[in-house]
Design a protein around this ligand. Structure first.
Ligand code: ZN
Ligand code: ZN
Length: 423
């Protein structure tokens, strides 16, 4: 069905459009100030609302196959739509891992039923074991958009070979940058929180040491390299410097690292246990500068569903990770309200920036152009809400924002011109 949204503010960072107008959406076209509309068109009032391109989340764990008690592709898509997300890049740490063409085909087939734009980051090594590199050319041919061993770091010798293969096949290499000899699997950051709870912490140099090594390698080889969930001021400085003279290096930050720091960890439970951990206040402030000055191009949720039972374990035993695909926009709108971020930049971090990183500009992340998918998010930037499990649509409810007051509400999501979610 066709929809006409009346008098909304339309923001499309790619074409630099920002205006208040009526906008018409159907499967074939998106038109600003349409001259005439069909009789059967659904009319939605849009005053006070923002119309933006459907959001792109470059970092999600949909857990299928292998861990569907946490999430699966259909529940993940439901959560995505509730967060205005119409494209997502799934990470390969399923069981079996996404390390062969047939597993990539399976992911695409499952999402096709919903018309959802599911993209795959394939495993860089066989079964994510870090021992044997996968065939990057074959993965690319099967439709993978990137490769990574997210959750595991790729060591130096494999990284060099991997980056060479990525350059040859024009593939994006994404790294979970963590020197495990330094981080020692500690549940929190080494700093105020770890001291308060008398437990060991991960130093931030466990991340930046790997980022420094990888950037040096990627620049020497000439491969595209992306830092997943960048969390520290040191890593940010390395990316900032590396980005000056080339388009090879990029990075994402997560909404939780932007909105929270280690000082927000009140109890010794696992609700804010994630990897990388929430860092210091200074790191958080540096990341906010990084999204403003363009060092960071994308906000990606690292949506990591876990069951209630798993997250209820003792801090040291519970798994790392929080859900976030539904609340990325709310986290950014909360920063907008605090005057830490302009609204247009917030929108760009969820559509134009990630489209550029993944090499899909023109197809997604914009409302206009001959190849643009008709993916749209409509949101209310001023709505105030306290996050509770009740308003999360995914199978798992392990959000770090439960009980927090946040701004924003997704009012409608359109996938390929069709209304797929309405608040
Ligand atoms: Zn990771
Ligand atoms: Zn992840």
């Amino acid at each position: 069905m066709a929809t006409l949204i009346k008098n909304a503010r339309i923001i499309d960072p790619k074409t630099r459009l920002d205006m208040c107008e009526d906008i018409y959406i159907d499967a074939h076209s998106i038109e600003v100030a349409p001259s005439r509309v069909k009789n059967s068109t659904l009319i939605m009032p849009g005053r006070g609302l923002i119309v933006a391109p459907g959001f792109i989340d470059l970092h999600v764990h949909f857990r299928e196959p292998g861990f569907t008690y946490k999430e699966d592709i259909s529940s993940g898509i439901k959560a995505a739509w509730a967060g205005g997300v119409t494209s997502a890049l799934v990470m390969p740490n399923t069981n079996p891992a996404l390390d062969e063409p047939k597993r990539i085909f399976y992911q695409h087939k499952r999402a096709e039923k919903y018309g959802f734009d599911l993209m795959v980051a394939a495993a860089a090594t066989k079964a994510l074991k870090g021992e044997e590199l996968n065939d990057v050319g074959a993965l690319k041919k099967a439709g993978a958009k990137a490769c990574t061993d997210d959750g595991h770091v790729i060591d130096y010798s494999h990284m060099e070979k991997l980056l060479k293969a990525c350059r040859r096949h024009n593939m994006l290499c994404m790294q979970h940058a963590e020197d495990k000899r330094q981080s020692l699997n500690a549940p929190l950051n080494e700093g105020k929180a770890s001291k308060r709870f008398f437990i060991s912490g991960q130093p931030s140099c466990a991340e930046s040491a790997v980022v420094a090594r990888d950037i040096e390698l990627a620049l020497r080889i000439g491969a595209r390299y992306h830092v997943l969930h960048l969390s520290s001021a040191e890593s940010l400085a390395l990316v900032r410097k590396a980005k000056m003279n080339n388009g090879l290096i990029s990075a994402e930050v997560s909404p939780h690292h932007l909105l929270l720091c280690e000082e927000d960890i009140r109890g010794k439970d696992a609700s804010k246990k994630m990897n990388p951990p929430l860092r210091s206040k200074q790191d958080q402030e540096a990341l906010l500068l990084g999204i403003m000055d363009g060092t960071i191009d994308a906000v990606a949720s690292d949506h990591a569903p876990h069951s209630r039972r798993e997250k209820a374990q003792a801090l040291a035993d519970a798994p790392f990770g929080v859900v976030g695909i539904e609340t990325s926009i709310l986290a950014l709108l909360t920063l907008v309200k605090k005057k830490s971020l302009p609204l247009r930049r917030a929108v760009a971090l969820l559509c134009e920036g990630p489209a550029r990183i993944i090499g899909e500009e023109g197809r997604i992340g914009t409302l206009f152009g001959p190849n643009a998918k008709k993916n749209v998010c409509v949101f209310d930037p001023d709505f105030k809400q306290v996050i509770s499990e009740k308003n999360l649509h995914g199978r798992s409810k392990n959000s770090a924002f439960i009980g927090m007051e946040m701004f924003g509400r997704v009012m409608a999501t359109f996938q390929n011109g069709q209304l797929v979610y309405r608040a």
